[in-house]
Write a protein that binds this ligand. Structure first.
Ligand code: PMP
Length: 966
């Protein structure tokens, strides 16, 4: 029988062996009697045999494995005796042989017994110590060293764990992964890892390997007394012994350690260093290690999914799936260049990390006269989206150099020019290299003595303390030994990076995933080469948060537990001070997008002319109110201008009361209308104020919200039932002789997460209110102004024209602007209260902002975009709902959507904690989204109306992945 080849036979359910079978075999073949218990295994059957005095493992191998392969395992055990690694001892059968073949229900199974190795596996240790992580690596290293010379015909087998065929294994099994977002992540990571690995293949050493020295398969020694060999840490499960890459042995070990240290993945450097101390790694190994960790992670994930599918009651494979994904996910998110640098740095164990690099100057210029180029998130030279232009850095450097003849970039700056939008992982923005622009042909000098050579198109000067890497060196001197001050060539634009890691160039830009201080040790600040400080100041988000907490009222909460420090916006993207971008899915205020150049220019121009109050006479006011009256539904033709939604609602309520000379206002539960005394009075959202329902003033009458998803009556056809309830409420009011001033509601239930009102509901309510002389107010602050795509006003969707519309948010794109649109008659009735005046309401700047926003919306077809992209996003979200039971419903229209999360689709139990967790995870995925509603279980999706299809897809993909791995 030939040795096993996974690629020829990729499906390996465990052999069919029951506990009674095992009891019989242990007794008949090995003379072992006692208690038996099945142990987990991916493809074999293993049983613990406890005789009361001693413990053994009865192993029935999958019948696809040849006798040679099983003998090779025993040979590996023999090779390791005397290695200092505690290993299981082979227990002969009654007939004296190491291996017997038994028949179980027609299957011929090769069977062995090993002595059970006592001790704790690392699996159960939640937070391993650095020593334990080192023990893991050291065991793997000793096993690898001990097996180096082993030769056996049974080693020539191809298991799915063979790192050499990892790409094939992933391709073969990936369809077992049900979730498309997971599949995409697996494919992308596997491709990237293979691209790095392929050129290294010929250089990687092949030998006998254990293949599975992992957290599951090592037992930690009892720490009490390390001197007794019986107490030493040990290694079990030699079932995967085969020929393989030496570095593959380590990759399997590292992959198994990762999920134990999700917060500090660099802790696995201890494992790697301990391995290398036993089995030294060469240059190719160091380059291959991280890609192999990623591939091992991917193979574990696809194999686990496959095993669960073909072997449905394999609880062992099933239980492992979460941490297998976690390990893969951690490995793929870490930048391979960065990890390779850390691995090499750890193994180089340089002790001169603190010493400074003695150096002279790189260019014979007075750099103190140079201009420093600001490429940070707050640099105005990058405004207007200029940072997304690939030539932005070059142009910024050239323009600074044009001013002074000589310009330099900063070290340790998070460069906005390196930020990417719709990112899947962290962007490498932190500059470890600096660039300088100098007059044409300026000489480049050796700042210290060393050997100059060319490596992959860059020049390297190897000095006594550090390597200096140079890009852009023109007419370079030929490779040579040079003295300090010698001319190396000349330059116009030169990039310079120092490295204490000898022989390997650290990345010039790194992600903010690891502290900048760690990077500075490896790639030090080159300021000394120029004689001026180049280090960028580091923004400290946590410190700024502390300062905010010191003085800003704490009830004015912030998003997220550890919010990024966001200092720039562009279109529907936000950028933090580390140059990481986020898709802004919550900013319904910024309807035309962040930092819109037309709006910026309009505001600047108007401020330069005039800003004053509306008692003065200027044309901008007339233009804006004409425009608003023009978009208001007839017969609304009169405009009040204020500064916020709350003010607009407050004024609307006062208008209703003065117009009717009554006080009572009807409002629906779970609504939010603002913070002022009046707007707050009609707000009953317990998500915002848990005591809201009991504390409304006497002039407010709450009526049950017509919530079509979780209300008293459900579905689009529930209007009649809600109206019948309302009739009962109104009858009470009529009986008590309470006159009604008005009714206020959002026409799409924004605060509940974009829930559509039942068809015809507002028509019925408005008829009833108007029949009693009341005024109907539509609060369009959130859902109106084009956001719904198909409708400009939410009330259009309900087929009604309100008496008063309140509007704000989108109207000013973040500039404080609010308006009340009503009829001349209602507006005039306010005269009973004297005049109306709001100092900044309708100011020239505010009016100009309002007009410009409407111009942009028209010219950029943003309402249509809301319909198109919103429709696409809703389709994507509904498709997620078909696969993720947590999604109970997708509410809304256009770009006002809500993803309602429930634990149970029948009881609708709100998934509140899950919603909070999802929002935190989505932040890491590069999207800002927040929960809303009484139960804070609805993800509110109301991005700027310029949202692109790409960003909508990126958001949906990220949500898919987050839901799949919650
Ligand atoms: N009405 C509705 C429907 C709102 O959502 C809000 C704010 N979330 C307001 C009014 C109050 O607006 P502002 O925050 O501008 O005062």
């Amino acid at each position: 029988m030939p040795n096993f080849d996974f690629l020829a036979q990729p499906s390996l359910p465990r052999p069919d062996v029951t506990l009674p079978d095992a009891v019989r075999i242990a007794g008949e073949q090995f003379g072992l009697h006692g208690e038996l218990k099945e142990l987990g295994s991916q493809q074999d059957r293993n049983f613990l045999v406890d005789t009361g005095r001693e413990r053994f493992v009865l192993k029935l191998a999958n019948p696809v494995f040849s006798v040679d392969e099983l003998h090779a395992q025993n040979a590996a055990l023999a090779a390791l005796s005397g290695s200092g690694v505690r290993i299981p001892e082979v227990v002969p059968a009654l007939d004296g042989s190491d291996l017997v073949t038994v028949t179980v229900r027609g299957q011929s199974l090769h069977t062995r017994v090993l002595r059970y190795l006592d001790g704790e596996p690392l699996t159960g240790v939640a937070r391993p110590t650095p020593e334990q992580l080192a023990t893991l690596g050291s065991l793997a290293g000793r096993v690898a060293a001990g097996l180096a010379a082993l030769d056996h015909p049974g080693l020539a087998r191809t298991t799915q764990w063979d790192a050499r065929i990892a790409g094939e294994v992933v391709a073969l099994l990936i369809d077992h992964v049900a979730n498309p977002a997971k599949r995409r992540a697996l494919r992308e990571a596997t491709d990237a890892a293979l691209t790095r690995l392929d050129p290294l293949r010929p250089r990687l050493r092949v030998q006998a390997v254990h293949g599975d020295v992992t957290d599951d398969n090592i037992v930690l020694g009892r720490p009490a007394d390390g001197t007794d060999p019986a107490e030493a840490p040990g290694v079990i499960d030699f079932g995967d012994v085969a020929s393989g890459w030496l570095v593959g042995e380590l990759a399997a070990t590292v992959a198994s350690a990762l999920h134990h240290v999700p917060e500090e993945p660099l802790a696995v450097l201890e494992t790697i260093a301990a391995f290398a101390a036993e089995a030294p790694l060469d240059d190719a190994d160091l380059a291959a290690l991280w890609p192999l960790v990623v591939l091992r992670g991917a193979v574990l994930v696809v194999s686990g999914e496959q095993q669960v599918m073909i072997d449905t009651d394999n609880a062992y494979a099933d239980q492992n799936r979460d941490h297998e994904w976690l390990a893969f996910d951690l490995a793929r998110r870490l930048d391979a260049d960065e990890l390779e640098t850390f691995i090499r740095w750890r193994l180089a164990a340089t002790d001169s990390a603190e010493s400074s690099v003695p150096a002279g100057r790189v260019v014979p210029l007075d750099s103190t006269a140079a201009n420093l180029v600001d490429l940070s998130a707050t640099s105005h030279s990058l405004d207007g989206g200029a940072w997304l232009d690939p030539s932005a850095e070059r142009r910024a450097l050239a323009s600074e150099a044009a001013a002074s003849g000589h310009a330099l970039t900063r070290f340790g700056e998070h460069r906005l020019t390196r930020s990417t939008i719709d990112r899947r992982t962290a962007s490498p923005t932190l500059a470890l290299a600096v660039s300088l622009a100098v007059p044409d042909g300026t000489a480049v000098l050796a700042p210290f003595a060393g050997d100059l050579d060319e490596v992959a198109g860059s020049w390297r000067l190897r000095g006594p303390e550090a390597d200096l890497w140079l890009d852009g060196l023109e007419r370079p001197a030929s490779a040579a030994t040079v003295a300090a001050g010698d001319r190396l060539g000349r330059a116009t634009v030169l990039t310079v990076q120092l490295s204490r890691l000898r022989g390997f160039r650290p990345p010039a830009f790194v992600t903010p995933q690891f502290p900048a201080a760690v990077w500075r040790e490896i790639s030090p600040d080159p300021s000394i080469l120029f004689g001026l400080p180049l280090a960028a100041a580091e923004a400290d988000s946590a410190a700024v948060l502390d300062r905010r907490d010191e003085t800003f009222a704490r009830v004015q909460e912030h998003y997220f537990t550890q919010p990024p420090l966001i200092e720039r916006g562009w279109r529907h993207h936000l950028v933090d001070t580390q140059g990481q971008t986020y898709i802004d899915m919550v900013n319904n205020v910024t309807a035309v997008g962040h930092a819109h150049p037309r709006l910026v220019a309009a505001v600047r121009d108007q401020w330069a002319l005039l800003n004053t109050n509306s008692r003065f006479h200027y044309e901008e006011l007339a233009r804006f109110t004409e425009r608003l009256a023009g978009i208001a539904p007839a017969p609304l033709d009169t405009v009040f201008l204020v500064n916020s939604g709350s003010e607009a609602v407050d004024l609307a309520l006062r208008l209703a009361q003065t117009h009717t000379a009554r006080r009572t206002i009807l409002a629906v539960t779970e609504a939010y209308h603002g913070w002022t005394l009046g707007a707050d009075a009609v707000s009953s959202s317990i998500g915002d104020n848990p005591r809201a329902r009991e504390t409304r003033p006497d002039w407010v009458r709450l009526i049950a919200s017509p919530h079509t998803f979780r209300g008293r009556h459900r579905g689009a056809g529930s209007a009649a039932a809600y109206l019948a309830d309302l009739d009962a409420d109104l009858a009470d009011l009529d009986d008590a002789g309470t006159g009604i001033a008005g009714f206020i509601a959002e026409p799409v239930f924004g605060n509940a997460g974009g829930v559509m009102l039942p068809d015809g509901y507002l028509r019925g309510v408005y008829e009833r209110i108007r029949a009693r002389g009341g005024v109907c107010i539509a609060d369009e602050v959130q859902v109106g102004y084009g956001r719904l795509g198909r409708y400009f006003w939410g009330s259009e969707q309900q087929g009604v024209v309100p008496d008063i519309i309140t509007v704000a948010k989108a109207m000013g794109n973040g500039h404080p602007l609010g308006a009340v649109l009503t009829t001349r008659a209602i507006a005039d009735s306010f005269a009973a209260e004297g005049s109306f005046f709001s100092s900044a309401g309708g100011s020239p700047v505010s009016a100009r902002v309002g007009l410009t926003v409407l111009d942009i919306m028209r010219d950029e077809r943003l309402q249509q975009n809301a319909e198109e992209v919103g429709g696409h996003l809703a389709d994507r979200l509904r498709e997620l709902g078909s696969r993720h039971p947590l999604i109970g419903a997708v509410h809304g229209l256009g770009l006002y959507l809500g993803v309602e999360l429930v634990r149970d689709r029948t009881t609708l139990e709100p998934a509140t904690a899950e919603a909070a967790l999802i929002c935190e995870r989505m932040l890491a995925e590069g999207s800002v989204v927040q929960p809303t509603g009484d139960h804070k279980n609805v993800l509110k999706i109301k991005p700027p109306l310029c949202l692109t299809r790409e960003s909508a897809d990126r958001f949906a993909d990220a949500l898919d992945l987050v839901l799949a791995t919650l």
